[in-house]
Write a protein that binds this ligand. Sequence first.
Ligand code: ADP
Ligand code: NI
Length: 199
Amino acid sequence: MKKNTLEQLSSFIYNRFTHDATGHDYYHMKRVAITGKRLALQEGADPVVCEIAGWLHDVMDPKLTDDPDRERQVIIDLLRSMYVSSEVQDQIFIAMENVSFKTGHQVPTSLEGRIVQDADRLDAMGAIGVARAFAYGGAKGQAIHNETSEKTTIQHFYEKLLTLQSLLNTDSARKIGQQRHDFLKCYLDQFYEEWECKN
Ligand code: ADP
Ligand code: NI
């Protein structure tokens, strides 16, 4: 991708997400773009589509905007101003469909979509995944952990984070994910040791 195009995308996302404190910040979008591009090169997918879709994948998320249709138009205008062809624009939109975990484990139809979904999921695993989960929990006023049935961030590890490795679509992502998955388990082991004041 041309340097100017990348700068335009990066500053659009920076302005949009710089104040987010729920784990959906500028740096999440940047990591999904970089990892998406890398996975695309390894899996024989289109790296430009994956990189652009990685940057933009959360812009239309109903959790983060009250008007996804308006955001769609904003993205179209941005891509046009970057001289992205309408054919590539279509591929980018297809790659951003069903990326979110909350869409009920739907598998995106294109390889590029499955790759962006993998990059997004990898960012919810490992050390960054732990940081994002507690940032999200803090932003929503959720407890860290307790002995009641109240929803906690530790519970989210079991409901989502530990399921992600088996939901990854590509071999390249599974390779990266394994170490991040093991780290999550190791983190929980130590968490309980400290919680129970064992050491
Ligand atoms: P997506 O990336 O599919 O939009 P989410 O919005 O569900 O996924 O998650 C974004 C980030 O917030 C992830 O790192 C996820 O682990 C975290 N998160 C989402 N829901 C919770 C929750 N209830 N408790 C703690 N962290 C959460
Ligand atoms: Ni995301």
